[in-house]
Design a protein around this ligand. Structure first.
Ligand code: MG
Length: 378
């Protein structure tokens, strides 16, 4: 397409931004101007979409069967980049707030999609908060730019695509029989993730241990309010082949959390406590690692920076997700070769994924050579 545009420019005598009018009548001239204008502008469009979950999803604080998302597209020179904002209700964004934010985004002021820094700085500055809505623009722009270059982002960043980790697969809180059934359905996955922070934490782990000895990572979603109780639980979990504990205590209990991490047999990971770059610094010394999610941190541009910063501080990184389509998952998977932990099962939990993207093969995140974020629209 770029080549075609170059040919078009040469054929019509438009060189280096100067329009040579000789030999063109006025009508042809105006027509050519409008073609150039149309092709040189990025066009952002978006639409709400509701994800239907395969199972009821239960956290320490809530349950749900659907997740609202907004799907975005940026078109430029006949190429389309895809993006997504996923907004579980408890995080404070909605299809309405995302649509309102996206209506304010004017990409036509930028002539070059490769100016990712300027464009995304502008998007971030439009309004406070709205991290998922911002991520939907960031992801679509990265997809577009990768497609214009003809390479996937893991390659552009210089990562080895074979170094991706296994992803964990979440076993939701449920009755013992259903939990056992879910563990059976998750046979392909090498690591299980379990949501704790309720009355029956030990029962949940024991139920899983009655059917498998696979490694488990646990996510307490701030559910343990007492540091001594949390430490007892971690000691117990460490003998059950549990590998790490995510957000064991409320994000506001910083001193208690620091104490817990110091004493903990298992690495602790901040999730709710860590949204964007400044939170990485705050997490240093408080947690052993952080969970990076595109929907929290406004997208790939910032996620890549957080990854670099976190690793340079000697902390561990987990890549996480919300309930998302393959769009969000394929985007964040581009960073996976640089991480030890991945919890990227969001697209595997839904019934109506409109995309085909990064696949999980034998439990491992498997990147392809497809350009951008490696996505095909169904
Ligand atoms: Mg979490």
């Amino acid at each position: 397409m770029k080549q075609n545009r170059r040919k078009f420019i040469i054929n019509t005598g438009i060189i280096g931004g100067t329009i040579l009018t000789s030999g063109l009548n006025t009508n042809t001239f105006s027509k050519n101007i409008s073609i150039i204008k149309k092709n040189s502008n990025m066009k952002l469009t978006f639409k709400p979409y509701t994800l239907e979950l395969k199972h009821v999803f239960t956290l320490a604080s809530s349950s749900r069967t659907t997740t609202p998302v907004v799907l975005t597209q940026i078109e430029y020179e006949g190429i389309t980049g895809y993006g997504e904002a996923s907004m579980p209700p408890y995080l404070g964004e909605s299809q309405e707030s995302a649509s309102k934010f996206l209506s304010k985004v004017n990409l036509s002021q930028f002539k070059d999609p490769f100016e990712l820094e300027s464009i995304l700085e502008y998007v971030d500055g439009i309004d406070e908060f709205n991290p998922a809505a911002k991520a939907s623009v960031d992801i679509a722009l990265h997809d577009l730019v990768g497609k214009l270059i003809g390479k996937p982002w893991h390659k552009i960043w210089g990562f080895n695509k074979d170094k991706t980790p296994y992803t964990s697969f979440t076993i939701g809180i449920d009755t013992n029989e259903i939990v056992k059934q879910k563990v059976k359905e998750a046979e392909e996955y090498k690591i299980l993730k379990v949501k704790l922070g309720r009355e029956n934490d030990k029962e949940m782990i024991n139920t899983i241990r009655s059917v498998t000895d696979k490694p488990i990572i646990v996510d307490v979603n701030q559910g343990w309010k007492d540091k001594f109780f949390a430490l007892d639980m971690i000691n117990w979990l460490s003998e059950k082949n549990v590998k790490l504990v995510e957000q064991p205590m409320p994000k506001t209990m910083v001193d208690d959390m620091t104490w817990l991490t110091e004493k903990s047999m298992l690495p602790t990971f901040g999730d709710e406590a860590v949204q964007r770059i400044p939170d990485v610094i705050k997490a240093y010394g408080v947690y052993s690692g952080i969970n990076i999610k595109l929907m929290k941190c406004t997208g790939l541009r910032e996620a890549h920076k957080m990854l670099t910063l976190t690793k340079s501080l000697g902390m561990q990184v987990m890549l996480g997700c919300m309930t998302e389509t393959s769009c969000g998952i394929s985007a964040v998977s581009q960073l996976a070769p640089e991480t030890q932990w991945a919890d990227l099962d969001g697209n595997l939990l839904i019934k109506n994924d409109p995309f085909i993207g990064t696949k999980v093969v034998d439990g491992k995140i498997t990147l392809t050579k497809s350009p951008g974020i490696g996505l095909t629209k169904i």
